[in-house]
Design a protein around this ligand. Structure first.
Ligand code: UDP
Length: 486
C-alpha cells in the first residue's frame, strides 16, 4: 500500500500556493506517492478562470468538497459565512475520506492548512493522522499557540494604546511593539462591549485552532530553521512536532535551489501581465523599484496617493502592481492616482494589475521591493536577493517587518504617522535604501540570506533534511497501515 496524502488548503491565495507546492514536492520527489488536493467549488472555479494546469496535473488529483457557499470565483465570503459553512465542509470531507478508506488508496495522512482547524475532528473520526501546513513563520504560530499568555498577563482584552505597548510575553517571539503585533490576536476591549461573551468565543476559536498543536501529527512550517530557530525550538520544547521545510517553491526547482523558480502550476489569483518583463528589459541594471502588496491587502486611497507623490518626487523608476479592488472603495486606477500622475511618470514608471512576481524579482533591473511583507513575498525576495522597503498592512506583516528590519537587516521600514505612511516617510525610506549605509547593509545581507535559502533545500540543508524525514515518516505510516490491514 503506497502513501496517499490528502491536502486541504485554506482558501486564500497565500495559503493555497504553499499547500500546492508541498503537494508537488511530495508527488514528484517520492515515488509511488499519491496526492489529492481538496478544494471548494469556489477555488476550483478560480483554477478554471485562469486555466490552471492543476486541472490536468498528472500527479495531483483534484477533489471538490461542498461548503454550501456561493461558488463564484470573485466572491469572498464573510467570516460568519465561513463559520456557518463549516459543518457542511466537515461532512463533505468526512464522506470523501471514508470513500477513500474503502478504496484501494486510503488516505495515509491529512495535511491541512492550519486555519482549517475544523478538519481536526474529521481526522480523528476517520482515524487518520492530521499534519498541518503553516504558511507563515513559526514565530507567528507561537502567538496562536501561546495566546493564553496574553490573557494571563492581562494584555487582553486590550485597553491601552498600541504605540505605548510592547508585547513581551509570547515564548519564542522577541518583544514586539503593539502597532506591529497581529491585530487578530490582540482583542480590543472596545470591540466586545456590545457582546462581552464574544470575547470568550474568539479566545476559544484561537485555542481550538492552535492550542492542541502538540496533538497533531506534524506542524510543517513554510519557513527556514535558520530564520526562525527560536520559535521552532520553543514549540518543539513544548511537544509540538514543528518542522521547517521551506521555502516550498525552492524544492520544486530543477536544480534544487540553483535556478530561479517559476510558477508552473499557474495558481495565480489573477491573470499576469507579462508585458512588464519586456518593459524591465529596457531599463538599466538595478534601477527599478518593484511595488506590490500581495493578493489581499486593501489600502486607503489617500495612502496610495501619498505613495504616488513620493514616487514622483523621488524620480525613481518603478513597477507598481495595483490589483483590482486593492484600494478601499475605488476600482478605477484613474480615480485612485493623483491627476496627471500617469502622464508625468510615463517614461520611468509602469503600472500593472498583477505581475509575474518571481520573474520580476529575478529581473536584473530590479533594485528593491516595496512590499507589504506577506510571508510568501518575503521568502521570494530573500531567495532572489532583493532588499525590502517594508510597508506592512495587516495580519502577520508587522511582525515580519520587524524581523526584516531588525533581526535579518535585509530591509528598511516605511515609518507611519498615526498609522499611516506619508509621502515624506516613504521618500525617506526610499532614499535610505538606495543611498545610505543602512541600505548598503541591507543589500549585502539579503545576498547572504539568498545563499542560506539556496543551501537549505540542498542535500544536507535543514529544510531538505526535515522534508526527507517527513517523507520517510509518511512511508512508515503507510507500512504500518498495510501491516495492520493484513
Ligand atoms: N503575487 C504575484 N503577482 C503580484 C503580486 C503578488 O504573483 O502582482 C504573488 C506573490 O508572488 C506571492 C503571493 O502573490 O506568492 C502573495 O502572497 P503573500 O504571502 O506575500 O501575501 P498575501 O497575498 O497572502 O497577502
Amino acid at each position: 500500500m503506497g502513501v496517499h496524502v490528502v491536502l486541504l488548503p485554506w482558501t486564500s491565495q497565500g495559503h493555497i500556493t504553499p499547500v500546492v507546492q508541498l503537494g508537488e514536492v511530495l508527488a514528484t520527489r517520492s515515488e509511488g506517492f499519491r496526492v489529492t488536493l481538496v478544494v471548494t467549488a469556489r477555488v476550483k472555479a478560480r483554477f478554471d478562470r485562469t486555466a490552471s494546469p492543476l486541472l490536468y496535473h498528472p500527479l495531483i488529483i483534484l477533489q471538490v468538497i461542498d461548503d454550501g457557499l456561493n461558488p463564484d470565483p470573485s466572491y469572498t465570503p464573510s467570516f460568519p459565512e465561513v463559520i456557518a459553512s463549516l459543518p457542511t465542509q466537515q461532512q463533505s470531507l468526512e464522506s470523501l475520506l471514508l470513500a477513500l478508506a474503502a478504496s484501494p488508496h486510503p488516505a495515509t495522512c491529512l495535511i491541512s492548512g492550519s486555519f482549517c482547524s475544523w478538519s481536526k475532528s474529521v481526522a480523528v473520526k476517520v482515524g487518520i493522522p492530521r499534519a498541518e501546513l503553516w504558511s507563515s513563520p513559526a514565530f507567528i504560530y507561537c502567538i496562536g499557540f501561546y495566546h493564553h499568555c496574553l490573557l494571563s498577563s492581562g494584555l487582553i482584552p486590550f485597553k491601552g494604546k498600541l504605540e505605548d505597548t510592547w508585547i513581551t510575553c509570547i515564548p519564542g517571539l522577541p518583544p514586539i511593539r503593539g502597532t506591529d503585533f497581529v491585530k487578530e490576536f490582540l482583542q480590543r476591549q472596545e470591540d466586545f462591549e456590545e457582546d462581552p461573551e464574544r470575547f470568550q468565543r474568539v479566545c476559544q476559536y484561537i485555542k481550538d485552532t492552535y492550542g492542541n498543536a502538540n496533538e497533531q501529527y506534524r506542524i510543517l512550517v513554510n519557513s527556514v530553521y535558520e530564520l526562525d530557530s527560536e520559535a521552532l525550538d520553543t514549540l518543539c520544547a513544548d511537544g509540538v512536532q514543528a518542522l521547517a521545510i521551506g521555502p516550498l517553491f525552492l524544492h520544486n526547482t530543477p536544480n534544487k535551489g540553483t535556478e530561479k523558480p517559476v510558477n508552473p502550476l499557474g495558481i495565480s489569483a489573477y491573470e499576469e501581465d507579462r508585458s512588464c518583463l519586456q518593459w524591465l528589459d529596457g531599463k538599466e541594471k538595478a534601477s527599478v523599484l518593484y511595488i506590490a502588496f500581495g493578493s489581499e491587502a486593501k489600502i486607503a486611497k489617500d495612502e496610495m496617493q501619498e505613495l504616488a507623490h513620493a514616487l514622483e518626487a523621488s524620480e525613481q523608476r518603478f513597477l507598481w502592481v495595483i490589483r483590482p479592488e486593492s484600494v478601499v472603495d475605488e476600482t478605477s486606477i484613474d480615480s485612485i492616482l493623483p491627476e496627471g500622475f500617469q502622464e508625468r511618470v510615463t517614461e520611468r514608471g509602469k503600472i500593472v494589475s498583477w505581475a509575474p512576481q518571481m520573474d520580476v524579482l529575478a529581473h536584473p533591473s530590479i533594485v528593491a521591493f516595496l512590499s507589504h511583507c506577506g510571508w510568501n513575498s518575503t521568502l521570494e525576495t530573500l531567495w532572489l536577493g532583493v532588499p525590502i522597503l517594508a510597508w506592512p498592512q495587516r495580519a502577520d506583516q508587522g511582525v515580519n517587518k520587524r524581523f526584516i528590519e531588525e533581526h535579518w537587516k535585509v530591509g528598511i521600514a516605511v515609518e507611519k504617522h498615526e498609522g499611516k505612511a506619508t509621502r515624506a516617510s516613504i521618500g525617506i525610506a526610499i532614499r535610505e535604501l538606495m543611498q545610505e549605509e543602512r541600505g548598503a547593509i541591507a543589500r549585502e545581507r539579503v545576498k547572504e540570506y539568498q545563499e542560506l535559502l539556496k543551501k537549505t533545500v540542498q542535500e544536507g540543508g535543514s529544510s531538505r533534511r526535515n522534508l526527507d524525514k517527513f517523507i520517510h515518516d509518511l512511508c512508515s505510516l503507510a507500512d504500518q497501515k498495510a501491516e495492520s490491514s493484513v
